[in-house]
Design a protein around this ligand. Structure first.
Ligand SMILES: C[S@@+](CC[C@H](N)C(=O)[O-])C[C@H]1O[C@@H](n2cnc3c(N)ncnc32)[C@H](O)[C@@H]1O
Length: 397
């Protein structure tokens, strides 16, 4: 990671590819060197765009499928020859290697699957072929991770769709099947595991993956001061990624809270200047603590985003998370704040500048866009810790 890299050596942002095909649905053609990146639902495409950029044209990377675990996770599943550069990924929370896969015929009243499904899961896990490859990949992504003869393992299960068994039954069956394998001496534990298997049961598919990344990818190391309502770092990174980071970026986050978007943008590569502000002193103190002396030049201001002390066309990128009217402010306040704040953003952003705006006030934004005749380039529906929200990407005129 380049956390403490001197500014002059800060890496150039990987270039986001412009157009990436969306994989068709259907079964995954299972084989070696398949990986899975997990993010919040709705952000799978952005995570894949970062993967494609980091691996470059020659990484042999190809997206095979996307899946969602309702309200909990968005998954992009891809093939890659080498994944070492993905240790620095920011738009994903976890990186895993697929080690077993099975597709089931959809259950119906005429052919219920009942116990047979769990027995098939047991067989597919016991015979999983790519665990050794996954452990090797993990040693490259998270150096120091243990892989000896004796292995303590933990199973994390997620289930979506109708099934005739409980999540706990699935967990127990996967544990049994791993314990039956002859490749290592496996022992199931709940804490201090040497390996983590994530078992995902979708309506008609079972996916077993071994976690390659550790908690650093998920929680980052700068979140010293956390505020309620503070954005997940992977979501902040995805928003910054959508602004197409470039060396000459003067990026503004006028509702910066604890500074997550500014920090994530700083980690994506070079920029000219980052400008943040908030009307809440406690939020600015948290942002100062989280940012520390690392990312320069970066300015923080105490201001009202509806009356910014910035000139016309002063910035060339805006990436922000507006108050949702729940933890911050109220819906009634937002009815007044949103039109004024959006007008300010249009004034201070240069013509053609991308404005990337997240909010849970989806209806209010839609009304405002209609009234002001603002056409978004893109609206991405996302689910953030279960709450519906949308990321709007506008091009300033
Ligand atoms: C949804 S939070 C942003 C969270 C931030 N992205 C983070 O990760 O911490 C919205 C922020 O807007 C601030 N805010 C609300 N009204 C404001 C206004 N009129 N001007 C500036 N900041 C405002 C709140 O204090 C809060 O920190």
């Amino acid at each position: 990671m380049n956390d403490r890299a001197p500014i002059a050596r800060r890496k150039r942002a990987p270039t986001p590819p412009r157009r990436l095909p969306i994989p068709a649905g259907g079964a995954i053609r299972f084989g070696p060197k398949l990986y899975l990146a997990q993010t919040q639902p709705g952000l799978e495409g952005i995570a894949w765009s970062e993967i494609a950029a980091r691996l470059g044209e020659h990484g042999g990377a190809r997206e095979l499928a996307r899946r969602t675990v309702a309200d909990r996770a968005g998954l992009t599943i891809f093939h890659a020859e080498r994944i070492d550069p993905l240790g620095a990924m920011r738009c994903a929370e976890d990186l895993l290697a697929l080690v077993a896969y099975r597709r089931f015929a959809p259950a119906s009243a005429e052919s219920p699957r009942a116990g047979a499904t769990l027995e098939r899961v047991r067989a597919v896990v016991r015979d999983a072929r790519f665990i050794e490859d996954a452990l090797e990949a993990r040693a490259r992504i998270a150096p120091g991770s243990r892989a000896g003869r004796k292995m303590r393992f933990r199973v994390v299960t997620r289930m979506t769709g109708e099934h005739e068994f409980r999540r706990l039954d699935l967990k127990r069956m996967v544990e049994t099947a791993i314990g039956e394998r002859g490749d290592h001496s496996w022992r199931a534990v709940e804490e201090d595991a040497d390996a983590e298997f994530w078992a995902t049961m979708l309506p008609d598919e079972f996916i077993l993956a071994l976690r390659l990344s550790d908690d650093r990818m998920r929680h980052r190391d700068y979140k010293a001061a956390h505020l309620p309502g503070s954005l997940r770092p992977s979501v902040a990174a995805a928003m910054a990624w959508l602004s197409h980071p470039a060396d000459d970026d003067v990026m503004l986050d006028p509702f910066c809270g604890a500074g997550t978007i500014l920090i994530e943008r700083a980690h994506l590569g070079r920029y000219a200047r980052l400008i943040g502000g908030d009307r809440d002193e406690a939020a600015l103190a948290a942002a100062r603590e989280n940012i520390g002396p690392r990312h320069q030049p970066l300015e923080l201001h105490h201001w009202d985003a509806a009356a910014l002390p910035l000139g016309r066309a002063a910035v060339n990128k805006v990436v922000t998370n507006l108050p949702w009217g729940r933890r911050h402010g109220t819906h009634e306040e937002n009815l007044r704040l949103y039109p004024r704040a959006i007008a300010e953003l249009r004034r201070v952003a240069a013509p053609g500048a991308p404005l990337v705006i997240l909010t849970g006030e989806i209806r209010l934004m839609a009304d405002l866009m209609r009234r002001e005749r603002i056409r978004p380039e893109r609206i991405m529906r996302v689910s953030i810790l279960g709450a519906p929200a949308a990321i709007h990407v506008f091009r300033n005129v």
